[in-house]
Design a protein around this ligand. Sequence first.
Ligand SMILES: Cc1cc2nc3c(=O)[nH]c(=O)nc-3n(C[C@H](O)[C@H](O)[C@H](O)COP(=O)(O)OP(=O)(O)OC[C@H]3O[C@@H](n4cnc5c(N)ncnc54)[C@H](O)[C@@H]3O)c2cc1C
Length: 506
Amino acid sequence: MVKEGRFMDKFDVVIIGSGLGGLLCGYILSKEGFNVCILEKHSQPGGNLQTFTRHGNKFETGVHYVGALGKDQTLARYWNYFGLTKSLPFKQLDQNCYDMVSYGEHEFPLAQGFENFADQLLPYFPETELALNEYIRDIHEVVSAFPLYNLELPKDHREHLYTTRSTYEFLRKFSHNVNIKSRIPLSSVLAGNNYLYGGSRMTPVNVASLINHSFISGAYRIVGGSDQISQSLCKAVTAQGGTILNNQDVNGISQIQGEFTISTESGQQFHSAMVISNIHPAATLSMMPAEMVRQAYQKRIVSLKNTTSSFIVYLSLKPGIFPYLNYNYHYHASPDTWDEAEANDKPWPRMFLLSTGCQAHEQQFAETVTILTYMQFEEVLTWEKTTVGRRGAEYMDFKQQKSDRLLELVYLKFPELKSAIEHVEISTPLTYRDYTGTPEGSLYGIQKNFHDPLLTTVMPRTKIPGFYFTGQNTNLHGALGVTIGSVVTCGEILGLAYLLKKIQNG
Ligand SMILES: Cc1cc2nc3c(=O)[nH]c(=O)nc-3n(C[C@H](O)[C@H](O)[C@H](O)COP(=O)(O)OP(=O)(O)OC[C@H]3O[C@@H](n4cnc5c(N)ncnc54)[C@H](O)[C@@H]3O)c2cc1C
């Protein structure tokens, strides 16, 4: 499937990086008859779709659940075109609670289905029927300003109404609706899963609304692991005549008389008329000679802030002890969630997201648990120059101490987990930096900022003729955001109306 060794070096399009965005672009363009080559620096394609196996257990690295995958919902309609809905096994999370939001001992369910979402929260906020309906109306309204989320061409350009407003302010109007028992405001419950978008006071309201809308529509896990997405796409790309080369760490991009030359660490060179970069824009520009990029553009891209990174504990469990949870658990120590991502003072951690691995359609007990929290890159700065597996004893001690601290917090909610643990695996911001090439191991790439949405948005088409961006830094992060982003990028090459029509037809 993935070619190694001898290969031709001239292509219509070279795609740098085989994350979801790179693979989807490769799929679209190879289907349209382009001679495509995808270059991936790792031995395994997929970027955040990669899984890893420890002690016989498989773990997700970057896609734990996806939204809008129910019949005729947005992601399902896009993924029909990519052949993913038929080839992959999906399991729907609990209708009445796909995300449990917890503040201390108080728990609030976020449910699927828009009416059901309000119905399930109403017992906790008995006088808020109008407020809950208003919230639902609001997020429908936001999504309607982004027609690609309904497979329609952009028309009246109302996006700016929402890219210039903060999620924090948007939810503040629900802060007067308070749960009597806990004194937790509805606004905090609605922001309770904001780890999904690295929620900070800068987050524009479209980011939170597009993501929450998709999960309320329908929330699903991929039974057996999200690496099946990349496997399915790689198979299709190669069947359509494309080439995917692993172990090709791109380190140079130049252009002479309209032809690009892409060089890799291994000393090989590839030539093409077009290039799509699926990697971070700052990393991409650093590979180009100064004369190829306008200084002001380079300066802007390099100065952009990235979302905070993560610290993650992966647990292999003894059989038959800890239940499989068909929902995700978002815990917060305090109802003020908006400073959690940026905070670098104590106490740490202030929140965690716990998710059990989905190995089968019917599953009573969990075989694996993944626990995610925020971590600033500064925490691991001492080991910045080290590489995977060679970071030294002090780093191992650091990881162990942090893991113990995180697990202490988790045991307060899930005491039965302690006796179920067989093995612990840990990742830090350095792990993500080195596995996906994202600067500082950032969770979701460039931080969108409602104060300056144009400045913090990277357009897929660049001023370099034939050079494009795709992936989480262009449209939006996450499976749905990156899927739509790949359509926008390829739409620049093929024509968006033409491509959308093909996708609408499945
Ligand atoms: C911890 C975590 C949890 C997440 N959970 C979810 C979730 O539950 N649901 C969801 O929808 N989204 C989730 N996301 C977000 C989602 O995984 C990403 O937004 C998405 O997968 C990013 O895809 P991408 O195409 O932008 O590229 P990436 O996945 O970043 O892939 C980029 C690829 O480029 C390669 N590369 C980098 N540099 C080079 C180079 N120089 N040469 C060649 N190749 C290179 C990398 O190795 C990688 O394969 C999560 C992310 C993280 C980090």
